[in-house]
Design a protein around this ligand. Structure first.
Ligand SMILES: [Zn+2]
Length: 237
């Protein structure tokens, strides 16, 4: 709650003007800057998620979801060994990028619907667009892996990353464990950010925030499973 400095009335955390005297109680945030907001999410998430919830326009959110989709797409190509369907690495990268953009935009809709529904179920206070913004910016670490970890993986293992023939672990075990380990830590980081974002943006307890995020992941995982099943992608893990 924010107390109005003039009339002392308690206002909602994200109110811009006082409900009683109509005076300004905090600054408007018209827009989000990608680099500034992305950096603040990593450095001081609480502050960043406040700004994101307050922002009138949730700028760059679809861009972040697209990067997430591309990352998810490459992970799928790796997990399901889809390299066997491609002649060379460039073709594979092209297809993974194309599929990733579609997957990213689809997940912006599906993931946010699931997330917003879960948040409302647990008494979340913010609107759909805030849910979209909170979730999109939680994906910042995963979006960054595209520019940092993925190029190293592609340069180190090339096609073997996606064919498993021979398995990349047998080629360079230490590099493989480190890179996959990094990817996993970063995925967990995004999940933790989503929990913090839920706590700040939807003003709920940490326990409920964890349930909302885990519930969203279960729904999204189920949707991905059904989609993979539709396309007859057979996993050989
Ligand atoms: Zn007031």
């Amino acid at each position: 709650m924010i107390q109005c400095p003039v009339c002392r009335v308690e206002n909602d955390d994200f109110a811009i003007t006082c409900s009683q005297c109509k005076g300004f109680i905090q600054d408007r945030v018209p827009n989000l800057n990608l680099f500034e907001t992305g950096w603040t999410v990593l450095e001081s998430p609480h502050k960043a998620f406040r700004t994101i919830t307050l922002a009138e326009h949730k700028n760059y959110v679809l861009f972040l979801f697209t990067l997430f989709g591309i990352s998810l797409s490459f992970t799928g190509f790796w997990l399901f060994r889809l390299g066997r369907y491609f002649e060379n690495l460039l073709d594979l990268i092209g297809s993974a990028l194309g599929a990733g953009i579609v997957l990213g935009l689809a997940s912006a809709a599906i993931l946010t619907l699931a997330y917003h529904g879960m948040a409302k179920l647990f008494g979340g206070k913010s609107g759909f667009r805030s849910s979209l913004g909170l979730l999109g910016y939680s994906l910042t670490p995963i979006a960054l892996t595209l520019f940092v970890i993925l190029p190293i993986e592609l340069l180190t293992f090339g096609m073997y990353m996606f064919t498993g023939n021979p398995h990349p672990y047998t080629i360079k075990p230490v590099s493989y464990v480190i890179l996959v380990g990094f990817d996993s830590v970063i995925a967990v980081w995004s999940v933790v950010l989503a929990v913090l974002g839920t706590r700040v943006g939807h003003q709920m307890s940490i326990g409920k925030s964890i349930l909302v995020v885990l519930g969203t992941m279960a729904l999204f995982g189920g949707a991905l499973y059904v989609a993979a099943d539709q396309f007859h992608i057979d996993g050989k893990l």
